[in-house]
Design a protein around this ligand. Structure first.
Ligand SMILES: NC(=O)c1ccc[n+]([C@@H]2O[C@H](COP(=O)([O-])OP(=O)(O)OC[C@H]3O[C@@H](n4cnc5c(N)ncnc54)[C@H](O)[C@@H]3O)[C@@H](O)[C@H]2O)c1
Length: 314
């Protein structure tokens, strides 16, 4: 990362952000992490990072931050990220995911043109809405289905318009569903594993037939670094995966690993409101830069199920 030595990360105590921060520190970068330490922040990782001499954390909200120090790239992971929460209560999603991005873009714009860092927005495959067959490419229309994906799609529009109107240099990364160790236990894999361990059935939306692509968090980190180092100016990159699974297949794999009989492993509830049936990304643009997913879902799952942090369960 020669050209990108000083990195500002936002949301660097969250699931994907912390894996990115750790990798940047391993690469010898200086990392400034702006994370307001919401419920989703990992306090155990915070202690590990705080001890690193190339790292500093500021407990700040991206929507109210009023100063941006010198840096080579700003990578925005900070977000309200859980769709179920957005369905129940969506204001915070607008404040962080939309107004937070507007504020960060303004901070970049306030710098002299030559001093502006590269603005990297971590978006999501959910901005396209669902697709029953085929794959979404970067030029497809954004048709978000729920308040979470609507705020993420709106943020992408802000980024593109700040690029065109104010010459803010940007790249947008749209990863699919991430999995990996130490994810906050509101998400499908850790939540289901936790419930099955306690003798409770996992909660399954609808009949479990919804399809998700699964991307290991370290593959996402590789993708973001590839986009920063090799990506074209003002370009969007989808990040797909090497596996698509129905939710019921994920639950079946967790149950098998924990030796829970299938009839006790999950309990169907109604459909999630606005549920997306399937996401799938054409990520050939990113693969042309030399990236491909390396981790395999069924090889990684046992460690993920076995190593979650009980202290974070609520
Ligand atoms: N997890 C996935 O499967 C996935 C898939 C595609 C895209 N994404 C995107 O990747 C990014 C990271 O997702 P994640 O799963 O790591 O999220 P997460 O919920 O695990 O972590 C979010 C982090 O951001 C911080 N944060 C929240 N609001 C903030 C604010 N206003 N100011 C400063 N910090 C704030 C939290 O404290 C937390 O540490 C998000 O933008 C999300 O939309 C996630």
């Amino acid at each position: 990362m020669d050209k990108y030595n000083i990195i500002i990360v936002t949301g660097g105590l969250g699931f994907i952000g912390k894996h990115f921060v750790r990798r940047c520190l391993e690469l010898g970068c200086f990392v400034k992490n702006y994370d307001n330490v919401s419920y989703a922040a990992d306090l155990r990782i915070k202690a590990e990072f705080d001890a690193h001499e190339n790292y500093i954390h500021f407990q700040t909200d991206i929507a109210t931050l009023n100063f941006l120090p010198e840096c080579d790239a700003l990578v925005n992971f900070a977000a309200e990220s859980h769709v179920d929460n957005a369905i129940t209560s969506n204001r915070k999603f607008c404040e962080t995911n939309f107004l937070g991005v507007q504020n960060l873009l303004e901070l970049v714009r306030s710098k002299q043109e030559a001093e502006r860092p590269l603005f990297v927005q971590i978006s999501t495959d959910e901005v396209y809405g669902d697709i029953t067959a085929g794959q979404h490419s970067e030029n497809d229309k954004l048709i978000p289905s729920n308040p979470y994906s609507a705020t993420k799609a709106s943020a992408d529009m802000l980024v593109k318009s700040w690029g065109r109107t104010y010459d803010v240099p940007w790249r947008i990364v749209r990863p699919t569903n991430n999995y990996g160790c130490h994810q906050y236990p509101e998400k499908l894999i850790p939540k289901s594993a936790w419930r099955m361990r306690r003798g409770l059935p996992a909660i399954m939306h609808g009949d479990g037939s919804y399809i998700r692509s699964w991307l290991h968090v370290d593959d996402t980190v590789d993708a973001v670094l590839t986009v920063i180092e090799k990506g074209a100016p003002n370009q969007i990159y989808n990040v797909g995966s090497n596996i698509e699974l129905r939710n019921i297949e994920v639950l079946r794999a967790i149950a098998k690993h924990l030796d829970v009989p299938e009839e006790k492993a999950w309990h169907p509830i109604g459909d999630r409101s606005g549920q997306d049936v399937r996401y799938s990304l054409d990520d050939s643009r990113l693969r042309a830069l030399g990236w491909e997913p390396k981790r395999r879902f069924f090889d990684e799952l046992p460690e993920i199920v076995d190593t979650f942090d009980y202290r974070r369960f609520i």
